[in-house]
Design a protein around this ligand. Structure first.
Ligand code: AMP
Ligand code: ZN
Length: 135
């Protein structure tokens, strides 16, 4: 299903032009309009899903193989030194476009980007108590 007011539905389905580097029946991969690094692109399904929790299982199963394929293509063409695969869900997690997408971000020595998580320092027993809440 497409969503009428969704920009990524329009981009993924070619209603609005993109800088496309790959397309198949299920996905379009295009350059991010505000790239964090050279070659930063987005894997976007043609169907609308708000986020990962809503994503169709069959489409979900195709995302990582496609990420790997594009990662290898970008290695060959741009020669990155490292690579981030990032997928944001919900406003608090940094999602700004509410149509599922995966960021592919080539990294270069000295690129000055900081996409790393800050490590926490849990108190004694905290991890065990979180574990109890989950399992
Ligand atoms: P997120 O913050 O994970 O929702 O990522 C949304 C991404 O979409 C951002 O990196 C934006 O730069 C990118 N973006 C938004 N609009 C466009 C557009 N029209 N074409 C390409 N990328 C876009
Ligand atoms: Zn959409």
């Amino acid at each position: 299903m497409k969503k009428d007011d969704c920009i990524f539905c329009k981009l993924a389905n070619g209603e609005i032009p993109t800088n496309t580097i790959y397309e198949d029946n299920d996905f379009r991969v295009f350059l991010d309009a505000a790239p964090s690094t050279k070659g930063h692109c987005l894997i976007v399904p043609k169907e609308h899903f708000d986020d990962l929790s809503e994503l169709d299982e069959e489409i979900a199963a195709k995302v990582m193989p496609l990420a790997k394929k594009i990662m290898k293509l970008l290695k060959e063409k741009l020669g990155w030194d490292g690579f981030n695969v990032i997928q944001n869900n919900g406003k608090v997690a940094g999602q700004t476009v509410f149509h599922f997408h995966t960021h592919l971000i080539p990294r270069y020595n000295g690129d000055g980007q900081d996409l790393n998580m800050k490590p926490g320092s849990p108190k004694e027993g905290e991890l065990e108590s979180v574990l109890k809440e989950i399992v």
